[in-house]
Design a protein around this ligand. Structure first.
Ligand SMILES: O=c1[nH]cnc2c1ncn2[C@@H]1O[C@H](CO)[C@@H](O)[C@H]1O
Ligand SMILES: [Zn+2]
Length: 395
C-alpha cells in the first residue's frame, strides 16, 4: 500500500545522461486511446470547410487566430464551457467530403507526430444536420482514416487508426449508436463511448446500450471521473461494466497520501488498480476543465508511481493546442520521465486497445519495443562520436 519512490522504478535502468530530446519524443512510437475527431481539426481546415458550407459564425477567419481562440475559449476551468467550442467544429463536419477530409488529416497529423496506433472517437449523431444517415457518417470517416493511413505511409510513417463511436450523454440515442458500432465492428469501428457534460448525466442513463454491447462481447469506454467524481467512476465500472475509463483522473479522491508519505487506497481505487482498469489520462485537457490545477499537481505522477494502468492522451488537440509529443514533453519536464517511462505508458496503452490480443501483442513486440530500443541506443553513439573526436584531438 505504500510507494515512496519519486519516480517509479520501471524495471530497467534509464539509459543516457539526460531525458529524451524533443526530436526523440516525436520519433518515439506512441499509442493514443483518447482523441476526439471533432476536437482535432487543423484551424485552416475549419476555415476552409466553413467557407465551403457557408457557415459564417466562426469567431476568427485567420488560422493562427482561430487556433488561439479555440485554445483560450476552452481554457475556462469548466467542462461545460469547454464543450461549447465544439459547436463550431461540428457545424463544418456535416458532409461526406468534410468528414472524410477531417479524418484523413487526423490520421496524417497523428502519424507525423509518431503515433503508430490510435483510437479516434466522434459522435455520429452530431453530424446529421445536412441529411447524412448514421451509417453514411461512419463510412465517410472510415474512408478518411484509410486515406490518411495511405498518405502517411507514402510519407514514410506507419499508423493504424480505429474509430470509437460516441453517444452524447445528454441525448437519448446511445442504444442506436451502440448498434451501429456493433454493425461496423469488423469494418473500422473498434468500440463505443459516451461523452458530453458529466454532472447530471450519470452513465447509468445509458445502461441499455452498455448491456447490449456486453451481450455482443463488444468493447466500450466511458468518460467518467473528469467533470464529476467517484460516483461517476463507480457507476461506469460496477453498473455499466466499462472496459476503460475516459479520464478517470478523479480516482485520486479515493487515494490518501499521509504526511509521512504512506499511501492508502480506498476500495474503488484498489479495484481500479487490481483489475488493471486503463485510465485514459489527458493532462492538458484536465487543466483546462479544472480537473487538475497544474501539471505538477496532476494525479498522473502518483498514479504512475502506484502502477495504475495509466495512459497518456491528447483528448482534443485543437482545443488544447497539443499533440502526443507535447503531452509527453510536458510530463518529462514536470516529472523527469525517461524513455523507459514513455515506453511504459505506451505499452500500457497498447495492452488496453480494443483490437484483438494477437495484434496488440505484435504491435508491442514488433513496433513499440524495437522503436524504443533504437532510441535508447542513440546516446551511446552520440557519446562515441564525442569521445573519439576528443581522442583524435589529443593525438
Ligand atoms: O473531455 C471531454 N469530456 C466530455 N466530453 C467531451 C470531451 N471532449 C470532447 N467531448 C465531447 O465529445 C463529443 C464527441 O467527440 C464532442 O463533440 C464533445 O462534445
Ligand atoms: Zn474526451
Amino acid at each position: 500500500m505504500t510507494s515512496q519512490t519519486p519516480h517509479a522504478p520501471s524495471g530497467e535502468s534509464a539509459p543516457g545522461p539526460q531525458g529524451p530530446t524533443a526530436d526523440q519524443v516525436r520519433r518515439a512510437p506512441k499509442v493514443l486511446l483518447h482523441d476526439h475527431l471533432d476536437g482535432g481539426l487543423r484551424p485552416g481546415t475549419v476555415i476552409d470547410l466553413a467557407r465551403d458550407v457557408g457557415y459564417d459564425a466562426l469567431p476568427e477567419t485567420e488560422p493562427d487566430k482561430l487556433g488561439m481562440w479555440f485554445h483560450e475559449a476552452a481554457d475556462s476551468g469548466s467542462l461545460e464551457r469547454y464543450l461549447e467550442t465544439f459547436a463550431h467544429t461540428c457545424a463544418v463536419m456535416q458532409t461526406r467530403e468534410a468528414l472524410a477530409r477531417v479524418a484523413a488529416e487526423c490520421a496524417e497529423d497523428l502519424a507525423a507526430d509518431g503515433v503508430v496506433y490510435a483510437e479516434v472517437r466522434y459522435a455520429p449523431e452530431q453530424h446529421l444536420e445536412a441529411g447524412l444517415t448514421l451509417e453514411e457518417v461512419v463510412e465517410a470517416v472510415n474512408e478518411g482514416f484509410r486515406e490518411g493511413e495511405r498518405r502517411a505511409r507514402a510519407d514514410g510513417h506507419r499508423i493504424r487508426v480505429g474509430a470509437l463511436l460516441t453517444a452524447m450523454r445528454h441525448a437519448a440515442r446511445a442504444l442506436e449508436i451502440a448498434e451501429v458500432a456493433n454493425r461496423y465492428r469488423d469494418a473500422g469501428v473498434v468500440g463505443f463511448d459516451i461523452a458530453g457534460a458529466e454532472a447530471g448525466y450519470p452513465p447509468t442513463r445509458h445502461l441499455d446500450a452498455f448491456e447490449y454491447l456486453k451481450r455482443e462481447n463488444n468493447h466500450f469506454t466511458i468518460h467518467a471521473g473528469e467533470g464529476f467524481g467517484l460516483p461517476s467512476i463507480w457507476q461506469a465500472l460496477q453498473w455499466c461494466g466499462a472496459d476503460r475509463l475516459g479520464h478517470g483522473v478523479r480516482i485520486i479522491d479515493d487515494i490518501d497520501v499521509a504526511a509521512d508519505g504512506g499511501v492508502q487506497l480506498g476500495r474503488l481505487a484498489a479495484y481500479v488498480r487490481d483489475k488493471r482498469i486503463p485510465l485514459e489520462l489527458c493532462p492538458t485537457s484536465n487543466l483546462q476543465t479544472g480537473a487538475a490545477s497544474s501539471y505538477a499537481q496532476h494525479p498522473i505522477g502518483l498514479l504512475r508511481r502506484l502502477h495504475f494502468r495509466a495512459t497518456v492522451n491528447t483528448d482534443n488537440r485543437l482545443m488544447s493546442n497539443t499533440s502526443m509529443s507535447r503531452e509527453f514533453e510536458l510530463l518529462i519536464e514536470t516529472f523527469g520521465y525517461t524513455l523507459d517511462d514513455m515506453q511504459w505508458f505506451t505499452v500500457n496503452a497498447m495492452k488496453s486497445a480494443f483490437i484483438p490480443f494477437d495484434e496488440r501483442l505484435a504491435m508491442i513486440n514488433e513496433v513499440i519495443k524495437p522503436g524504443y530500443a533504437e532510441l535508447k541506443s542513440e546516446w551511446l553513439f552520440r557519446q562515441t562520436v564525442t569521445t573519439s573526436g576528443f581522442d583524435s584531438e589529443q593525438g
